[in-house]
Design a protein around this ligand. Structure first.
Ligand code: HEM
Length: 434
């Protein structure tokens, strides 16, 4: 399927989705939609897709056609059930036919063997050590570390000068999660830059294959060292926990498998948290009434975060799922062919008016709560959610305590956003500190 003239993305990036309903109306006339661009958010794109149905067909980069699920209840059912798989090698005929080689973005997300891209028993085996390493105990142990990292980064901001504008992303939202993941893994500080580059690169739809291979290679080499070290002397950090849990499972993972899980944790846990911190600050600074509810203690920062993640989830969608067999969703009547790619459109589903009243309003006291698909749902639900929540709450609370008069220098709609249908956040946030 080709895009209608005038509907290509300017740079051919992954930012563009086109869509048609599952079955074309008689006589043709398939509607096309533009995807996320500088002029439109992923959420707005999701709203437009909804007009076509709960799960219209969209075209992804590399001419991969997928069902974009924007109906909240359907998204939950498909995320939870065994009829949908994340294992491309097993359940995607397109994978075998070489579709992965057509486009780098989809290949990057479906091509590695890790907890995210696995199914059934294989998934349970790969996920168990990760879950065992991301426990409440680890979150509690990390809390003073996060507090101290946040204070150091804030002290650095003080040095910039309160009278000057700062870019909150570069100077705050980014260094905090990168330092946290580095400390969590026990990575030597000098490798932080390589991690940062690889994580950013994996979300960068315009990165060339060589650039991608270089940054991934550098990080994988370092992870090999970490795993090797932890095999000899497992430390009190996430790598040590992962090695211990995998060894204790009776089905120990190879060094390469452990390394791939660590890579997933870095990728899944870094840029997401960067966007969550930046977006929550943008939401609060642009809604003084809501901010007052939080700073006065009437509403917790956790609740404000949950609402912020609903309204603008850091991951707009995670490629890719596949129908493990042909099935019909009984509630919606939607039919899925065996092997059909499925994209849970988190940003769209989180704005489903059937689920949330006035879904585009930022409301920290939302009736019925703000729980959403931001951390996923079902067997792949994010195992880092508790850690991420603790980190974001500390980072945003301490920032607002240090700079109670901080103001956005630009209206939120003028802030540059990530050009991607996967990563969802602001690339820079100009703020006057006082
Ligand atoms: C605000 C921050 C975060 C958000 C919004 C987020 C969101 C998500 C989402 C949407 C998924 C996919 C769920 C699915 O496909 O059903 C996921 C999976 C995952 N996340 Fe997070 N995440 C965040 C932070 C973290 C952190 C801090 C870590 C680890 C330190 C982490 C580790 C993982 C892992 C390992 C998976 C794969 C789990 C599996 O497939 O079983 N995430 N996350």
């Amino acid at each position: 399927m080709t895009l209608a003239p005038g509907h290509e993305s300017a740079d051919g990036s992954a930012a563009v989705l086109s869509a048609r309903p599952p079955s074309a109306p008689p006589g043709g006339g398939c509607p096309f939609l533009r995807g996320a661009t500088a002029a439109q958010t992923n959420g707005q794109e999701g709203q437009r897709l909804r007009a076509l149905g709960p799960a219209p067909v969209v075209e992804l980069p590399g001419a991969v056609q997928a069902r974009a699920v924007v109906d909240f209840a359907l998204a939950e059912r498909l995320s939870a059930g065994p009829q949908v798989s994340r294992d491309a090698a097993r359940h995607w005929p397109g994978d075998r036919e070489g579709a992965r080689s057509v486009d780098g973005v989809i290949a990057r997300w479906t091509g590695s063997h890790n907890a995210l891209n696995s199914y059934g028993d294989d998934h349970r085996e790969l996920r168990a050590p990760i879950a065992a390493a991301l426990t409440r105990r680890r979150v509690e142990a990390m809390t003073p570390v996060i507090e101290s990292i946040v204070q150091d980064v804030l002290d650095g901001l003080d040095g910039v000068g309160a009278e000057r504008n700062v870019d909150l992303v570069q100077s705050y939202a980014l260094p905090v999660p990168h330092e946290v993941i580095t400390r969590l893994l026990g990575v030597p500080a000098e490798h932080l830059t390589a991690f940062s580059a690889a994580a950013a690169g994996l979300f960068d739809a315009s990165a060339g294959a060589e650039e991608m291979a270089r940054s991934i290679g550098a990080v994988l080499a370092l992870l090999d060292q970490l795993v090797g070290g932890a095999r000899e002397h497992p430390g009190d950090n996430l790598v040590g926990d992962l090695v211990r849990a995998a060894d204790a499972s009776g089905n120990p993972l190879s060094d390469a498998a452990l390394r791939d899980q660590l890579m997933l944790i870095i990728v899944a846990g870094t840029e997401t948290t960067v966007h969550a911190i930046g977006t929550l600050l943008v939401h609060l600074l642009s809604h003084p009434d809501q901010l007052a509810l939080v700073t006065s203690g009437q509403v917790s920062m956790e609740d404000a975060l949950t609402e912020s993640l609903r309204l603008r989830p850091p991951i707009a969608s995670v490629p890719l799922r596949f129908a493990a067999w042909q099935f019909e969703d009984a509630r919606s009547g939607e039919q899925f062919g065996e092997g059909e790619p499925i994209l849970i459109h988190i940003a769209g589903a989180n704005l489903d008016p059937e689920r949330y009243e006035d879904p585009e309003r930022f409301d920290v006291r939302r009736e019925g709560g703000s729980r959403s698909l931001a951390f996923g749902y079902g067997p792949h639900v994010c195992p880092g959610a508790a850690l991420a929540t603790r980190e974001i709450v500390i980072a945003v609370t301490r920032f607002l305590e240090r700079y109670p008069h901080a103001r956005l220098a630009l209206a939120p709609e003028l802030l540059e956003q990530t050009a991607s249908f996967i990563s969802n956040g602001y690339t820079s946030i100009a703020v006057e500190l006082s």
